[in-house]
Every structure is written in C-alpha cells, then in structure tokens.
Ligand binder design. Structure first.
Ligand SMILES: Cc1cc2nc3c(=O)[nH]c(=O)nc-3n(C[C@H](O)[C@H](O)[C@H](O)COP(=O)(O)OP(=O)(O)OC[C@H]3O[C@@H](n4cnc5c(N)ncnc54)[C@H](O)[C@@H]3O)c2cc1C
Length: 571
C-alpha cells in the first residue's frame, strides 16, 4: 500500500479502536459526498464552512480528537498526536478552510486544557457538543509577533470580578466560536492572564473578517466591558505565558500535516492530467524534464510524510527527560510546509495552464498553501528556536532508548504538562549518526554524510564568532537551513525503516537532499560576513549526487507513475 494519503483506500488503515477509524472515514465520506464541484463553488463564493462546523459538531469529532484523558463524555477518551496528524492531513487534502477551522479550534481550546481551572475545562468540553469551533485570541493589530506588548486588559472590580476591554486581530473562527480564549494583562500591571469569552455574548463585537479573500473567517473582535469572573480565568502570570507558548507548540504541528495533505491531492491531480494529455504524439509524462519534476515532487512528499510520522512519535514519547520534540516540531511547521511549496512549484511547471482552472483543486491549493509557512511564527521566528539547539545536537549526543512507531491509544500526557518554555539550548538528542550509519551503504547517503562532516568542520572553525554572526537573522537562516537538513534526513531515515521503504527510494531521496544541501551551502557562501576559514569549509559542503539512471527509472515507473488514476475526487 502506498504511504501517501489516498482517501479512497483509507479503509485499510489500522487504528487501536473503532472510534478513531470511524471519525476519519466519516469525514472522508462527507467530503467525497459533497464532491469537488460543490466544494469549489463554496470556495469561489468565499462561503464560511458552516456545513463543516455542523458536521463535526453533530459527530462529536473535535471532542474525540482534542480532549485529553479524563475529559468529555467518552470514558476511554485520550489525546493522540497521531490521530491529530491523520485528521489534519485529511482536512488539508480537501481544503485549507476546513483545515484552518479545525486548526484554530484546537489552538483555541488548548489554553483551557493547559490552564489551572478544572471547572472551565469541563465546561469547554461540554460546549463542544453545542458548537465544536473554538478560537485563539492572541494576536493584536499593532503588535504582531511582539506578544509582550499585548494591550487587552482585565480591570479588577470592587466586587472581585473583572471587566475585559481591548481588541484582537487575525483571530480565526472569531465570528462563531463559543470558546474564545483571550490573552491579555491585568490592568495597571505587567501580569499576563488567559481568560475565556463567548462570541455570542452581547459585549463581544465581531468587527469584520480581515482576510475576506477566501472561506476563512479571520476576525477582528472587540471586548467592551465584557464581564469576567474567576470561573473564566484560565491562568495568570508566568503560567499564562507558558500556556500560550505551549499551546502553539502543540498546535503548530498541524501545519506540517495539513500541508502534506494539500500537496498530496495536488500531486494526484497533476499526475492524472499529465498522464492523459498527449502532445506531439506522446504523453506529457514521457518528457524527460517532467519525469524529473514528478520524481522530485513525489520524493519530497514522501519525505514530508516520513518526517511527519516520525516527528509524531517524538511528540507522543515526550516526557520531562525527553524534549526532542522541541526541535522536530518547528521543523514540522516550517520545513515541511516549505517543502510543500516547492512541490507546488514543480507540479505547476508540469501542468501549466491547467493549474489556473477554477474547477481544479490545484488553483485553490497553490493559493492556500502559501499561508502555511507564515502561520504560528514566521520562518525566521521558528529558525531562531531551531538555531539554539545546533551545538547540543551536532556535538553532544545523549543516550535514549529507541522508540518505535506510536499509533496506540495512549494519552499524550506530557503535551499538556510541558512546564516552563525556557532551556531550549539544553535540550538533549540522541546521536544522528545512528540513523545515517544504518544507510551508509547507499552512495547518496555517503555523499550527504560528507556534507554533514563539512558542516561540522564549519561550525568548529567558526568558534565564538558564529554566535555574533547569527545575531544577523539573514545569516542565522542560512546556517539553520543546513542544520535542519541534518535532522530532517535523520528522522526520514528512522521513519523509512519503520515503514519498510526500499533502499532505492532512499538513495534517490538523498540524491535530492544532496542537491538541497549544496544549494543551501551556496546561499551561505554568498554571505558577506563569512571568514576565510568558514568559506573553505562551506565550499566542502557543495557536492553533487551520485547518478543512477536505472534506479531513477525504476522509482519513476514502479512508484511514481503507478499512482496514475489511483485517486480522483468525486465530481
Ligand atoms: C490567515 C491568518 C490567520 C491567523 N490566525 C490567527 C489566530 O487564529 N489567532 C491569533 O492569535 N493569531 C492569528 N494570526 C496571526 C499570526 O500568528 C501573526 O501573523 C503573527 O502573530 C505574526 O504577526 P505579523 O504577521 O503581524 O508579523 P510581525 O509581527 O509584524 O512580524 C514582521 C516581521 O518581523 C519578524 N520578527 C518578528 N519577531 C521577530 C523576532 N523575535 N526576531 C526576529 N524577527 C522577528 C518576522 O519574521 C516578520 O518577518 C493569523 C494570521 C494570519 C495571516
């Protein structure tokens, strides 16, 4: 069975319980019964997906997915990043509006679940039965990523209650959500606070949809003397701050899985179209450059999928002594979604004018995916996190017990108890060489390891000057992209072993990664602040893959082109 999501073959998948399988299949059936034409009509009409809201509410789908053990009406309730991964991928596969509505709902609910207010948790869980959509009220118009400057205020009243005043901007589902979590400060102090409001309350004013170019409702809302009691306060002080960052930690993972779903659907559409199009007496799929573009696209999507599954294992295995997810999570958000954009570029080169047609999923997918790398912190913000981890990861490996693929019904406890968000640089990792050693017989993995070795030498000759150079974000981004390649490749190898992916596929995948690594090295080479010693090592990172035409053709015909017509969305 192909590793890539195919909703029409989904029935074969294994879950630890019937309910998990049921929600995925019901969701797929709902999308397929709706069909592409109706979906596109709503997309072009910029219609808010109220039908999706109604369906997931009636079916209790978000209740099953979002609530950890001990909450909601199912005694066997558990929170599984694996289930979230699968559902997020399915939503992305059919449209970013559905995905976004789901994504901001989990962002909106998690400050309640992470908070200190037990009563509020049960209340929010019960509310999901009436209206499954939630909203996360963090961003403000004037402050963007500068959360420290939040101007939303809670003013204490003589009777011990509070009045909330202020506005929030870019808030998904802010038009309809009944659990809207709001981040602000206690008036007159610098004390942070998270509290919950309802968009149906008369003192909640939804001003407008800020984007209004697609189906999402990204609201500006204002609270006018909105009454708050202790029952609505979720957390205060440093805990409110940590809950805000930890919520984003849990949820930004969805960005990688949603992006994987989007490009998988685009890939099927592009492949079906190209295969059935005849030009100058031959199929478009027979042109040499098209073969390369399709193979590279497929390899990139396979990489996105393999990385995502492995990162899921680390999210689920996390505990007080294992915070490796702190690296893999921003990579899932940033690298995986950007890989998706690269796939779209290649597919669009193949299908050309067809990619503009309003009846295709493709034209919508290309436009919608562009937003993904920019959500929950830009590429720079995520890279700043990743860069802190470079020394520990590259030079100071620690011992960890090996973990397998985790798809069982355990509750991902630690995600709801992540604690303080400090100490990134001290995070420990297992040795990345273990994975690379296991494929050292593959010619392109061998070349990739030489590139890694040159990168290590570059870091060593850089010494203390590097920290200063990396104060410049432009430089940090280049150094970080090379580092990210090392971790990205490592997790893909680990995952490939668990999924039984062949050596031939992996050798071709590393053909691509060698080219990627070289491209990032050229980027770093061009930076004006490099020292001579650094330049010497950077040049050593630029390498070419070992070609293998026979292997390439085999992957093309047996893996890539075997997917022709395996999926077509219902009309
Ligand atoms: C479609 C959409 C939906 C959204 N949904 C929600 C939502 O539901 N809830 C919510 O609360 N927010 C939401 N947001 C807001 C989103 O998270 C913001 O885009 C984010 O807070 C960044 O703010 P900004 O885009 O205004 O960028 P700015 O903060 O204006 O950033 C400008 C530039 O500064 C850089 N920068 C920022 N901080 C740093 C730093 N520390 N170091 C170096 N460079 C830095 C950035 O990389 C960027 O290039 C949404 C945004 C969009 C577009």
């Amino acid at each position: 069975m192909s590793l890539l999501l195919n909703p029409k073959k989904y029935r074969d998948r294994n879950y630890p319980d019937g309910r998990s399988k049921e929600i995925m299949l019901k969701m797929i059936d709902w999308f397929e019964e709706k069909g592409l034409a109706a979906q596109k009509e709503q997309y072009h009409d910029r219609e808010f997906c109220a039908d999706f809201q109604q369906f997931v509410t009636e079916e209790g789908i978000f209740e099953t997915l979002f609530l950890p053990k001990g909450y909601g009406s199912d005694p066997k309730q558990y929170y599984s990043t694996y289930r979230m991964y699968e559902f997020s991928e399915i939503c992305g596969f059919y449209g970013a509006a559905y995905w976004y509505t789901y994504h901001v709902s989990t962002l909106g609910l998690d400050p309640v679940l992470l908070g200190d207010n037990e009563e509020a948790k049960h209340k929010a869980a019960a509310k999901l039965k009436e209206n499954a959509l939630c909203a996360f009220g963090l961003s403000e118009k004037e402050h963007g990523a500068d959360i420290y400057s939040s101007e939303m205020k809670l003013s204490p009243q003589p009777d011990g209650t509070y009045l909330a005043n202020g506005s929030k901007y870019y808030i998904g589902n802010g038009n309809v959500a009944s659990t809207v979590t709001v981040f602000g400060k206690i008036d007159g102090t610098d004390e942070y606070v998270f509290f919950v409001v309802d968009s149906a309350h008369p003192n909640y004013e939804c001003i407008k949809n800020i984007v209004d170019v697609n189906q999402q409702f990204v609201a500006e809302f204002v609270l006018h003397d909105y009454p708050i009691t202790d029952a609505e306060i979720l957390s205060r002080g440093p805990k409110a701050w940590d809950d805000m960052l930890n919520t984003i930690n849990i949820c930004k993972f969805n960005i990688g899985s949603g992006a994987t779903g989007i490009v998988t659907h685009s890939f099927y559409e592009a492949l079906n179209h190209a295969y059935h199009r005849n030009l100058y007496g031959k199929k478009v799929t027979e042109f040499a450059h098209v073969k390369r573009l399709f193979t590279d696209s497929w390899l990139r999507i396979m990489g996105m999928k393999l990385f995502g599954l492995r990162a899921t294992d680390y999210m689920r295995a996390a505990n007080e002594n294992d915070k490796r997810y702190r690296l893999y999570n921003p990579i899932m958000k940033m690298k995986v979604s950007i890989q998706g954009e690269l796939v779209h570029e290649m597919l669009w080169d193949i299908i050309a004018a067809k990619g503009f047609e309003k009846d295709m999923y493709f034209e919508q997918a290309v436009a919608e995916l562009r937003g993904f790398p920019k959500l929950e912190g830009t590429r720079h913000v995520n890279m700043a996190l990743i860069a802190k981890i470079i020394p520990g990861y590259m030079f100071m490996p620690a011992e960890f017990e090996e973990i397998g693929r985790i798809t069982d019904d355990r509750n991902d406890d630690f995600l709801f108890n992540q604690g303080t968000t400090h100490g990134y640089a001290k995070t420990k990792f297992h040795d990345f060489n273990i994975a690379y050693d296991s494929l050292s017989h593959l010619p392109n993995v061998k070349v990739f390891r030489e590139q890694i070795k040159a990168y290590q030498e570059y870091l060593m000759v850089s010494g203390k000057v590097l920290a200063k150079q990396m104060m410049e974000f432009d430089y940090l981004l280049s150094v970080g992209e090379l580092f990210t390649m090392v971790a990205y490749g490592q997790l893909i190898i680990e995952s490939a072993k668990l999924e039984g992916i062949s050596d031939e596929i992996m050798n071709q995948m590393f053909d691509l990664f060698v080219r990627d690594f070289s491209a990032f090295a050229v980027e770093l080479y061009g930076k004006p602040i490099n020292t001579d010693a650094q330049i010497e090592k950077i040049l050593k990172m630029i390498k070419r893959p070992v070609p293998n035409k026979e292997e390439f053709e085999k992957i093309l015909n047996e893996e890539v082109y075997s997917l022709v017509d395996v999926y077509v969305q219902n009309p």
